[in-house]
Design a protein around this ligand. Structure first.
Ligand SMILES: Cc1cc2nc3c(=O)[nH]c(=O)nc-3n(C[C@H](O)[C@H](O)[C@H](O)COP(=O)(O)OP(=O)(O)OC[C@H]3O[C@@H](n4cnc5c(N)ncnc54)[C@H](O)[C@@H]3O)c2cc1C
Ligand SMILES: NC(=O)c1ccc[n+]([C@@H]2O[C@H](COP(=O)([O-])OP(=O)(O)OC[C@H]3O[C@@H](n4cnc5c(N)ncnc54)[C@H](OP(=O)(O)O)[C@@H]3O)[C@@H](O)[C@H]2O)c1
Length: 650
């Protein structure tokens, strides 16, 4: 038996020897010059685990790499003689395939991707479509009076492009827009931008492994064209598809009606009778801005909402209606990079500490309940009878709270009516509530939020399913069925950025997006370097994620009895607005993609997953004077934590 067992020893660059087992053992013992590196070998199975270079070989001008291949045969060659569908691809392993990637949306998610993806994937063929004429998304579109960040500007900025010179602690919308447009300019994101181009439809072409996208120019020409993409990334935001209510008679209304996300700046509100529908974060910012100038405001708030104390943290002051301007000396002190970094850390830390308050009956949540109740009652102390009407019967954080400075104070003014009775219909002159009362209005402002079911507002079709309908309540899935918020089984090469489940309750949106983009960069790197035609999460992996969510969310106040964009506006419905974990938890999980959760189709027709190995070479070895030793650094520059883990120094 031993004599018929042959081992093939292959030396690098073509050297090879056929030896018997005994010879092989002797070879190892001999070539290690008596050093017992291969001691105690008793069988071939011991040998075949050895794959290190053999040291100390004399008479050879280069160190050979040795691998062993065993088979039981008496033939000349151990290699199969019959034809297999696989043949070697003639290219170096690291010659990356060019892939065409399209991002839909140039809000802060699209901008962040436009900076990080080209840096992490050099040479990427990228395009970013947006229906708007410029980047900024939320902050480009929302120009209503009072629009501003309710968290400090110093934590609503990119981690790689901090701005020491924010003028206010809680920046106004225009300053936030200008900042993000500046980030896009500084990092050349505009070169990828296709402005005024609205994606109308996307369809997966399985044979080609591409998405076919229909795009309309919304510059007045309404020209529609098609583009094929290898990978399609949705960064369309949670709140971009703002919606008007659909009450009977709304089209009969003869006054001026608009959504606060589409503010009509041609109107003079002075002395007008205004109806304001909605008490989400937008409605809360609009009311104090219009109350002082309107003759009367009828504020329709069908459910009460919690008003938070200021979302201050670190050294940030209390959020007020008036701007919290930075002093000259503060702005000067931020010019010291170390001092500014310490300031940022102090503020941002608070945002990563907020998670405890989302658990039902937690001490943190109970504390908030007491604090916010006192605060709200105190703010309406000029009209104490409002107290019963404004306090929610659901726990704090069930829906996203907002500080809303000036909102409750505005409710106490004589020219404001706070109307909890539900709207029944619209008339030519105004609004009729379910108690039959008609209230006339010159202007109706709808702060009625967006299509929060998170179903895309345009068709995304693969394998006979359209996510536009499938993610809706009555659709095939019935909710945004997703794997970690990134992808959906059956929808290959479709990735979501800032989509359902994207951000945790704690942390900050920019930090979450940077982590998501980095995860996506890893997926794209895998696709373009490993000969992957199509990648999609497995159904089992997505189902396990849903099962985890179904166990986790009931612990949280998000699942209590309120309507919110976390639950698609339906109390009791599955939560999909937030990640099932804290911001740090989400970042931890997303740092390393679980490749075993994905399914793959390969470019090579044989389906061999290793086809991308190519011809055994790396590009740099074939490039004269290429830098072959990026792994060598000064010892003091080496961080052992990340040593040998980088993608760019291998
Ligand atoms: C008024 C308002 C205030 C907010 N304030 C805060 C705050 O204080 N703190 C906070 O953390 N978050 C806040 N948010 C949430 C805010 O939306 C996010 O923080 C963040 O801006 C989302 O960025 P995004 O890029 O994911 O989405 P968006 O900013 O919504 O950008 C999406 C982009 O996609 C484009 N798009 C959509 N559909 C298509 C299509 N079919 N074709 C082409 N382009 C398309 C849109 O034009 C838009 O530019 C606020 C939201 C609103 C509405
Ligand atoms: N910086 C900030 O302060 C700020 C400002 C704006 C927005 N945001 C962010 O954007 C998110 C969305 O805010 P948003 O205010 O635009 O939307 P939202 O929070 O979803 O609020 C929408 C409001 O409209 C009401 N509404 C919807 N349809 C209605 C109908 N048919 N009839 C009567 N009322 C109706 C809702 O009532 P119900 O509650 O009864 O459903 C709710 O009060 C916020 O949660 C926040 O994350 C932040």
């Amino acid at each position: 038996m031993q004599n018929t067992l042959h081992d093939l020893i292959v030396f690098s660059r073509g050297w090879s020897l056929h030896l018997t087992t005994e010879d092989a053992l002797a070879f190892f013992t001999h070539t290690t010059n008596g050093t017992p590196e291969v001691s105690g070998l008793s069988s071939l199975s011991d040998i075949k685990h050895i794959s290190e270079p053999v040291k100390g070989l004399s008479g050879l001008d280069r160190t050979p790499i040795v691998t062993l291949k065993s088979s039981i045969s008496g033939s000349e060659s151990d290699y199969p003689t019959e034809q297999t569908p696989f043949t070697l691809e003639e290219h170096p392993v690291d010659e990356v395939r060019s892939i065409k990637v399209g991002i839909i949306g140039a809000g802060i998610a699209g901008i962040t991707a436009g900076v990080l993806l080209p840096a992490k994937l050099p040479g990427l063929d990228l395009r970013i479509y947006d229906k708007n004429s410029d980047v900024g998304g939320t902050w480009f579109e929302n120009t209503y009076p009072g629009v501003r960040c309710d968290i400090p500007a110093h934590v609503y900025q990119s981690g790689f492009a901090p701005n020491t010179q924010w003028t206010e602690e809680f920046a106004q919308g225009a300053e936030i827009r200008d900042y993000w447009q500046g980030v896009a300019r500084k990092h050349n994101v505009y070169q990828y931008l296709r402005p005024q181009q609205q994606v109308q439809r996307a369809e997966w072409l399985a044979d080609e492994g591409k998405w076919k996208i229909a795009i309309e120019h919304v510059d007045g020409s309404n020209k529609v064209y098609e583009e094929k993409l290898d990978v399609f990334i949705n960064a369309i935001g949670h709140f971009n598809a703002w919606k008007l209510p659909d009450y009977p008679g709304i089209n009969d209304y003869k006054g001026t009606l608009f959504h606060s996300s589409n503010w009509n700046h041609n109107l003079n509100l002075q002395g007008k009778r205004i109806a304001l529908i909605g008490n989400g974060a937008s409605g809360l910012q609009v009311l104090p801005s219009i109350q002082p100038i309107a003759s009367h405001v009828d504020h329709y708030a069908r459910n009460p909402t919690w008003i938070a104390e200021s979302f201050s943290s670190g050294n940030v002051g209390v959020r007020r209606l008036e701007p919290n301007l930075f002093s000259e000396s503060q702005l000067e002190s931020f010019k010291d990079p170390q001092a500014y970094l310490e300031y940022r850390k102090g503020v941002e830390k608070g945002y990563f500490q907020r998670f405890g308050a989302i658990f039902k009956d937690s001490p943190e949540n109970r504390t908030l309940h007491g604090k916010w109740t006192d605060l709200m009652l105190q703010r309406v102390s000029d009209k104490p009878e409002l107290g019963d009407k404004i306090l929610p019967d659901f726990p704090p954080n069930c829906r996203r709270p907002t500080p809303g400075p000036g909102y409750l104070e505005a409710l106490t003014k004589d020219n404001v009516s706070y109307i909890r009775t539900r709207i029944q219909r619209f008339t030519e002159k105004g609004i009729v509530t379910e108690d039959g009362v008609e209230r006339e209005a010159d202007i109706i402002i709808c702060s009625t939020g967006a299509n929060v079911d998170h179903a895309p507002p345009f068709s995304i079709i693969a394998n006979g399913i359209d996510l536009k309908s499938a993610w809706k309540k009555d659709g095939v899935f019935g909710f945004p069925y997703s794997y970690l918020g990134f992808a959906t089984p059956g929808f290959p090469n479709l990735l979501w950025l800032g989509g359902p489940y994207s951000s945790g309750h704690s942390g900050t949106v920019p930090n979450s997006l940077e982590n998501q983009v980095t995860y996506i960069a890893k997926v794209l790197r895998k696709i373009r370097t490993q000969g992957i035609k199509a990648i999609a999460p497995s159904k089992q992996a997505a189902d396990d994620f849903v099962e985890y969510c179904d166990q986790f969310y009931p612990r949280t106040v998000w699942s209590a009895n309120c309507s919110s964009w976390y639950n698609g506006g339906r109390p009791g419905a599955r939560i999909h607005g937030l990640f099932p974990g804290s911001a740090s938890h989400a970042n931890y999980i997303r740092r390393d993609p679980r490749w075993e959760d994905w399914e793959y189709t390969y470019i090579n027709p044989s389906g061999n997953r290793f086809a991308y190995f190519g011809n055994g070479w790396t590009l740099k070895e074939l490039t004269p004077d290429a830098y072959l030793t990026p792994h060598l650094r000064l010892p003091e520059e080496i961080d052992l934590k990340s040593y040998m883990e980088g993608w760019s120094d291998v």
